[in-house]
Design a protein around this ligand. Structure first.
Ligand code: BDR
Ligand code: CA
Length: 305
């Protein structure tokens, strides 16, 4: 059976992605590593455990990076709330001490090798730390599905850059510069999978426990999108789509490419085709350019409420 490890910064759409992943029968969710991102890492850790509780599954969770490799991180709370889950859970009271996420990632690659798919839906710091420590895992792991970047469309933080990439561009550069077998699920496709007010209403009013639990934070996310990205008419299911692509690769059409992450300030975090990579052989990244949004949305809503 396909083994799935998620690396998350939970985050409202990460929460939806975790709930979705836990419900897909042909994938075994072996563990979840957490990082700072939309909120500090203790929040991501606590939020992840809470979502697993809502979903009624018991999966080990690991605490990872507290900050980007070289930069600092400030949190606005605008899209995900100051607690990462739309201010539905409030401050963190319990602080966990676990094996570091990067070490767990390395261990799991060695354990499952080609059977393992890693789905990363936050800044790529944990993955970069793992690659730095054990570069050989790039040749062992089955695949790495990354929600991040934008090749053909504008960014969502700057006109060039997507959030997960620009938060830790050095980590993203290291990851995309490695020989990891990556599928890049960027804004090019995630902006086409939208959850609407009607969907949240159905969860809120329905009888499904999971849908009911996820409705309040999803409403916050939807409201934030309405204010910040009104042209979209819904909120983007960025992170759930990465899980969908891991589970059903045929949902997307991809183009093989080497990806370069810009580190110059004028285009920081931009992801473009790396046409100058030397001595490089076949491209290691598959960039998703089209998605069968209807099939994905149907599966997502069938599994969650
Ligand atoms: C990404 O940034 C976060 O807001 C989301 O959880 C997603 O992983 C989208 O740019
Ligand atoms: Ca995320």
């Amino acid at each position: 059976m396909q083994k799935l490890l998620m690396d998350v910064d939970t985050g409202i759409d990460d929460a939806l992605a975790i709930a979705y992943a836990a419900s897909i029968p042909h994938m075994e969710l072996v563990g979840i590593t957490t990082t700072y991102g939309m909120a500090p890492v203790d929040y991501s850790y606590r939020n992840t455990r809470k979502i697993l509780e809502y979903a009624g599954v018991d999966v080990p969770v690991f605490r990872g990076a507290e900050k980007p490799l070289q930069r600092t991180r400030e949190y606005s709370g605008r899209i995900h709330g100051t607690d990462g889950l739309g201010n539905t859970l409030g401050p963190v009271t319990e602080v966990a001490s676990t094996q570091h996420a990067a070490d767990y990632l390395i261990e799991q690659v060695y354990k499952h090798e080609a059977a393992l798919t890693i789905v990363a839906t936050g800044p790529l710091t944990n993955l970069a730390m793992a690659i730095r420590k054990a570069p050989e895992i790039a040749g062992l792991v089955g695949s790495v599905v990354i929600m991040g970047g934008a090749v053909m469309t504008p960014g969502n933080v700057t006109k060039f850059a997507e959030a997960n990439i620009i938060i830790d561009p050095e980590a993203a550069s290291l990851v995309f510069g490695s020989s990891l077998p990556i599928t890049m699920v960027g804004l090019d496709v995630t902006r086409k999978t939208l959850l609407t007010a009607r969907d949240v209403e159905r969860w809120r009013e329905g009888r499904n426990h999971l849908g009911k639990s996820l409705a309040p934070c999803t409403q916050f996310y939807l409201d934030a999108y309405k204010e910040l990205h009104p042209y979209l008419q819904g909120c983007a299911l960025h992170d759930p789509l990465a899980v969908g692509v891991a589970a059903y690769p045929d949902l997307v059409q991809t183009v093989p490419m080497f990806i370069k992450v810009d580190l110059e300030e004028d285009a920081l975090g931009r992801t473009t085709e790396d046409i100058h990579r030397e001595g490089s052989g076949q491209p290691t990244t598959k960039v998703c350019v089209q998605v069968d949004a209807d099939t994905f949305m149907q599966d997502f809503f069938q599994r969650i409420g």
